[in-house]
Every structure is written in structure tokens, then in C-alpha cells.
Design a protein around this ligand. Structure first.
Ligand code: NAG
Ligand code: NAG
Ligand code: NAG
Length: 675
């Protein structure tokens, strides 16, 4: 009795494998699993030497960033047995009492600063990049510094670090329990090691996500501004008093020149300002309130003021991912606005008029006024700042894209020049299931380009090196092409890249210039798919199904706009994000189609675009299993996996149901039709 079901399952598995392999082969992947290495959690790319450093459990690796092969023997940095035993005695597990290298920063041309959890007693070491060895003291022992405030004690706590002028700035927890969190200048002169104060109005159970330095000092036109350091995190909202914890994404900024106050805010930031980050789809009233990753990108090279932060968000309440972009200017505008009053009764008081403004960096103009450093700032102003770290307004953006049912973990962004001097952005997104997705945004609807299976573990790092995206999971690393026309695998997608100089020729999307040498004359490229009508009339996929199965019909939508399904009448369907779960019976076979709203470029109002069309036909039980023709695009690999899982589930259900009510063997063949 199980035989047809098994056949069906095997056929689908094979189908899925073929599809997945095909999507993967779209790119020349390099890299793979690194033997004997686990819990890779920190990445450092040295662009000058083309070396990629990885911090893993007890190990630091140096790889050639192009080939992803080892350039040196890995450095083993393990915790002595007795320290591990002490850690375990304090109630920590054996797994956690190892050395997880969570911080890797280049502090000079030839030195890396590496910090590890070192069995709940964080330590830092210096690595010489020349011969990739640990720096030693005169007596031959490894040079070790305390890692407190630089690296968490608990490997599960969050940390983000950044260096400016060889000095490490860190945001992490700084005690054994992981309850005290700080943003600090963690190395350099002892007198200049300033940090945040211990107050939940400054930081409230933060999950640190990312940090970046904006170096105005490298911009000749910028004038006298101090460099600024931005920290991105999600924290528990202090300003609401609800029963459940509400998470809020935030950005905080400090000035590089800040050395703390003289009396008030001594050895604490005098320039710490924070603001809420809002990524909200107003129309649907949806807010994405957990920040997962941030990618920092200078829109125009060597122009720090053009820096954009691409924030990847998810929701505390449902499975959805969204990307919003914030510019440095947006953030600074909010930070030069009103401060949030922390206690309710004084909300009627006007804001005191301080000079300099609380939180301002010490610019050359302020120095001329006699404020040589943060040490000369007035106490009353600093007291106000201590009590008012949060801005009244938030930095608000609408999502560039929204994807339901998928959890993205990391993001990187590349820009593709468009003929008119503008740029289209390609988002490279890693998923918690180990896939790399690419979405084109900017100019019309956000469009999913590719879904590439990479690993079986969540993607925990993405970075760009030359023309490659380097993607990492805890145990593997791989590189795939990041740029070029090959990112647009079908004719319909290639049309999107037309203005970026791509043409559809002989079944692939190639740059206009790479014309075959034998081609004569100005042969016009063929665009059989150019019209919006073609793009919005996908082929009907005929699926042969069995009664009793539960199947998932995918409808991919990466814009915030809604989709609608039309299907045979009855209550046999359930919407899962924009996909449709269908319970197959002899009455529910027929035509299914999904249409999505979309903004049409250069037009007012929204259009409808048919995204997917299916024809379900009941299968003849005697013919074994097969799925009817389906013209696969590069992006359906995942969905086939889902479909397969759905079918597998259905198969079990079928086996179960069959015992009770034998299904009729009626076969119905229908013509696949459009709407
Ligand atoms: C290290 O990796 C193992 C296996 O993937 C995992 O079970 C463990 O939780 C990881 N530890 C940390 C601290 O991330
Ligand atoms: C990395 O490998 C490429 C190709 O083999 C080579 O040209 C390059 O010099 C290597 N880089 C380093 C840093 O070893
Ligand atoms: C579907 O099958 C049931 C028996 O399970 C039968 O009574 C019904 O007439 C069938 N409906 C159609 C539309 O074939």
C-alpha cells in the first residue's frame, strides 16, 4: 500500500535535488567545509593583503580571500584544562567553557587584535600578520590582555567591535552573568577608556548587532567634524511600561574625540546619543522591531557623508524579514532634534538651551570657543545628557523589501551602476537555513533574483571581496559571484538589468560588450520577455497530485504589497505567508493563481501582476509518481524543498487516511489555463 506513496516521495526528492543542484551551479562556488573547525563566529577581511581571517572555537585561521584556502597553519588558542575545570565548577557547560574567538580587528598594518571568551574569562592576544603567529613578550610567553568589556564571557552573548586609528571600540556584556552591557573605547590610553554609564536609560538588555566608523576626517570637504562611531542594537524599550517586553531597534553614536567629562560623566561618554530605528510598512500597519544585521555602505566612494546603513529586521511576533535603509544624514538630523523627556511630569518643561548642545562632538569651532576637549564641557549640560540619552523622534524608513516566511540572518549590498548615473542595489541575504538570496531593489518593484543553497547551517556572515560575496556558517565558508549580469538568471529578470548594460543572448544574461567575435553587424538582442505582460504571465505549472495530500503552492513576493489567490471554491486552503497550502481532494483540483500588487515604474497607482499559476490534476494511481512539467526558475529550489516536505507530510496523512476511507481512483486531466 505504501509503494505509490514511496515512489512519489522518491520522485520528488530527486526532482528537488536536480533543481537545487541546478540553482547552485549558477555560480562558480569556491570554498566549503573547513575540517576540524567549528563555531566560526568572527570574520576579518584584510583587503590590502587579500587575506580573510576567521575566529572559531579555539582556532584562528588565515585564508586567501580569493581561493578560500589556508595561507598559514591555523593558530590554536585553547584554554588550559584547569581553567576549564574552574569554569565548569561555576556551573557552566563543558561546551561553553572553551575559547570562542568572537573579536578579530586589524589594529595596525601588521597586527590583529583577537579576543576570545577563554572559558568565561575573556582574554585578548596580538597576532603578527606577517608570519601569522601570536605575539610574545620578552620572556617568550604569549602577550595576553584582559578581554573584559571587549569580548563577552558567555559565547552566546552579543558583541560588535570596530577600530578607529588602531583603537578598539566594543559593545558587549562585561560581566560573568552577562547582565552588564557597555559600549566602550576598550583599548588605548587608560585615561581615555570611556564607556556608557550603568543605567537602563542608556542601555537596556541590548543585543548588539553592528558598528561602523564614519570618517569625516578623511573627507576634505567635510570641514572640522570629528569622526563618529555608530552602534546598532535591539534593546528592551524603557519608555513603554507594558507587561510584556517590547523590543526596539536603536542606533547610538559617540564621537571619536570624546574622552569623558571632568566631574560629571567622568570616564563616561559625553557624546552618547541614541535614537529609535523604525522600519515600518505604514499601509499594512506592520513594524519590524528586531534588528538582525546592518550593512554599512558608502554610496559614493570616499564620501563619508554618503554612508548608508542597510538594516535587516525581523519581527518579534511573526516570521517575516524586512530591509530598511537609513542614511547618516537621517540619523544625525534626528540626533540634532529634541531629546526625549524620561519622566512624565516634566514633559511640559521646555528644553534648556545649552551651549554646546548636549552630545555634540568637539568640532574645531567649539575648540575656538574654548571647549578644547570633552573635559571642558559644563557640568549642567552633562547632567542633562546623562538623564536624556534618547532622542524624541525616531529615524523612520519604509521597507525596501519584505519577505514573509523566511528569516534572513545577514546582509551585504552591492551597487550596480545604471546608465543615468544612479545605482540599483542588489541585496545579498543569508537565511537561517543556509541559503543565499539576492534581491534587486531601487527602480521599480523589488525582485527576487536567485536563491542559492549553500550550507545546512544558518548563514552567520556575509562580506564582499572584489567581485565575490563570501558567505560563512559556523563550519563552512564559500564564495559566489557578487556582480554582473549573471545575477539575472532568466530573460524576465535580465530585462531589469537592461539599463545596467546587460542583454539576453543565447539563453544567458551577458554584458552588452561581451559580444561574440564572429557576430556580424549590429545584431539586436532578442527580448522575448520584455513587456510587462510577458513578465506577469508565467507558465502554468501542471502538478499531478493525489487526493489526501497537502501541498504548498509558492507565490514569491518580496515587496510589501499584498498578493491574492484565486482557486476553486471551498475551504480547503490556508494561506502561509503568500504561499497557499492546499488539501487535495477530488473537488479541489483545478486552477490556482496568485496575483500581486506592484508599483509600475513611472506610473501612478498600482498594477496587478500574475506571479504564479498552477493546475492541479488528480493522478492516476497506477502510473507511479511524477510531477507534471514545470518550467523551473532559479528561485524555486527552496519551494520545491517546501513542496517536498508538504508532500511528505501529505503522504503520511494519506497513509493514515487510507486506512479509514479508501480514496477513489478517478483520474482527471485538464488543460492548464490562465486566469
Ligand atoms: C558551537 O557549535 C555547536 C555545533 O554546531 C553548537 O551546538 C553550539 O551551540 C555552538 N556554541 C556556541 C557557543 O555557539
Ligand atoms: C590568493 O590566491 C591567488 C590565486 O591563486 C593568488 O594570485 C594570490 O596571490 C593569493 N593571495 C594571497 C594573499 O596569498
Ligand atoms: C468525490 O469523491 C466522493 C467519494 O469520496 C464522491 O462521492 C463525489 O461524488 C466525488 N466528487 C466528484 C466531483 O467527483
Amino acid at each position: 500500500m505504501m509503494t505509490p506513496v514511496t515512489t512519489l516521495t522518491v520522485a520528488l526528492l530527486w526532482f528537488c535535488l536536480v533543481a537545487c543542484t541546478w540553482t547552485a551551479s549558477l555560480d562558480g562556488k569556491t570554498g566549503g567545509q573547513l575540517s576540524g573547525v567549528s563555531n566560526i563566529s568572527s570574520f576579518l577581511l584584510d583587503e590590502t593583503s587579500g587575506t580573510l581571517y576567521l575566529g572559531a572555537r579555539d582556532t584562528i585561521l588565515a585564508l586567501n580571500a580569493s581561493t578560500l584556502s589556508n595561507t598559514h597553519t591555523p593558530i590554536m588558542w585553547t584554554v588550559p584544562e584547569e581553567n576549564r575545570k574552574t569554569c565548569e565548577k561555576k556551573g557552566k557547560s563543558e561546551v561553553d567553557c572553551q575559547n570562542y574567538i568572537l573579536v578579530l580587528e586589524l589594529v595596525s598594518e601588521s597586527q590583529i587584535y583577537a579576543c576570545g571568551t577563554y572559558a568565561f574569562n575573556p582574554q585578548c592576544v596580538y597576532i603578527n600578520t606577517g608570519d601569522f603567529s601570536l605575539e610574545v613578550e620578552a620572556d617568550g610567553r604569549v602577550r595576553v590582555e584582559s578581554g573584559r568589556g571587549k569580548c563577552p564571557f558567555d559565547p552566546k552573548n552579543s558583541v560588535t567591535t570596530v577600530t578607529a586609528d588602531g583603537i578598539l571600540y566594543s559593545a558587549t556584556t562585561s560581566n560573568f552573568m552577562g547582565t552588564a552591557a557597555h559600549i566602550s573605547r576598550a583599548t588605548g590610553k587608560e585615561a581615555e577608556r570611556v564607556r556608557t554609564i550603568e543605567s537602563s536609560s542608556w542601555l537596556s538588555a541590548p543585543e548588539f548587532v553592528s558598528s561602523a566608523v564614519v570618517r569625516y576626517s578623511q573627507d576634505a570637504s567635510a570641514g572640522d567634524d570629528d569622526d563618529e562611531i555608530f552602534f546598532f542594537f535591539t534593546e528592551v524599550a524603557e519608555e513603554y511600561n507594558f507587561y510584556s517586553e517590547i523590543k526596539v531597534p536603536r542606533v547610538a553614536r559617540v564621537c571619536k574625540g570624546d574622552v569623558g567629562g571632568m566631574k560629571t560623566l567622568q570616564k563616561r561618554w559625553t557624546s552618547f546619543l541614541k535614537a529609535g530605528l523604525v522600519c515600518e510598512d505604514r499601509e499594512r500597519g506592520e513594524r519590524y522591531n528586531t534588528l538582525r544585521a546592518v550593512y554599512t555602505l558608502e554610496q559614493r566612494p570616499a564620501e563619508p557623508r554618503s554612508t548608508n546603513f542597510y538594516g535587516l529586521f525581523s519581527s518579534q511576533w511573526e516570521c517575516v524579514s524586512a530591509v530598511c535603509v537609513y542614511s547618516v544624514a537621517d540619523i544625525l538630523e534626528v540626533m540634532s532634534g529634541p531629546f526625549k523627556e524620561q519622566s512624565c511630569e516634566s514633559s511640559s518643561n521646555p528644553e534648556p538651551d545649552f551651549r554646546p548642545r548636549p552630545g555634540q562632538c568637539i568640532s574645531r569651532a567649539l575648540k575656538a570657543e574654548g571647549f578644547e576637549s570633552s573635559l571642558s564641557l559644563p557640568d549642567d549640560m552633562l547632567s542633562f545628557l546623562r538623564d536624556h540619552p534618547l532622542m524624541e523622534r525616531s529615524v523612520v524608513a519604509v521597507p525596501l523589501m519584505v519577505r514573509r516566511g523566511i528569516t534572513y540572518t545577514k546582509i551585504a549590498v552591492t551597487l550596480m551602476p545604471v546608465s543615468n548615473g544612479n545605482h540599483a542595489a542588489i541585496l545579498h541575504l543569508g537565511t537561517d537555513t543556509g541559503e543565499l538570496h539576492r534581491v534587486s531593489v531601487g527602480g521599480g518593484e523589488p525582485t527576487l533574483l536567485q536563491e542559492i543553497p549553500m550550507f545546512h547551517k544558518p548563514v552567520n556572515n556575509i562580506l564582499l571581496h572584489q567581485d565575490q560575496v563570501i558567505v560563512g556558517s559556523g563550519v563552512s565558508i564559500a564564495g559566489v559571484t557578487a556582480v554582473g549580469c549573471s545575477l539575472f538568471p532568466t530573460c524576465e529578470l535580465c530585462v531589469l538589468a537592461k539599463r545596467q548594460g546587460c542583454v539576453w543572448r543565447e539563453g544567458i544574461c551577458t554584458p552588452v560588450t561581451s559580444r561574440a567575435p564572429q557576430a556580424e553587424g549590429p545584431e539586436e538582442p532578442q527580448w522575448p520577455c520584455e513587456s510587462a505582460e510577458a513578465r506577469c504571465s508565467p507558465d502554468v505549472q501542471v502538478l499531478q497530485v493525489r487526493a489526501g495530500l497537502q501541498i504548498l503552492l509558492p507565490c514569491v513576493q518580496v515587496s510589501p504589497h499584498p498578493c491574492f489567490w484565486t482557486h476553486p471554491p471551498g475551504r480547503h486552503t490556508r494561506l502561509l505567508h503568500w504561499d497557499l497550502v492546499v488539501m487535495v481532494t477530488n473537488e479541489t483540483v483545478g486552477s490556482y493563481s496568485c496575483s500581486c500588487q506592484e508599483d509600475r515604474e513611472g506610473q501612478k497607482g498600482r498594477g496587478q501582476c500574475l506571479r504564479a499559476a498552477y493546475e492541479l490534476v488528480l493522478q492516476d494511481p497506477s502510473t507511479g509518481g511524477s510531477v507534471g512539467h514545470a518550467r523551473l526558475r532559479g528561485s524555486v529550489g527552496l519551494y520545491l524543498a517546501c513542496l517536498f516536505l508538504g508532500l511528505l507530510f501529505g503522504a503520511f496523512l494519506l497513509a493514515f487516511l487510507r486506512k479509514r476511507s479508501p480514496t477513489p481512483g478517478r483520474v482527471s486531466q485538464k488543460e492548464g489555463g490562465a486566469l
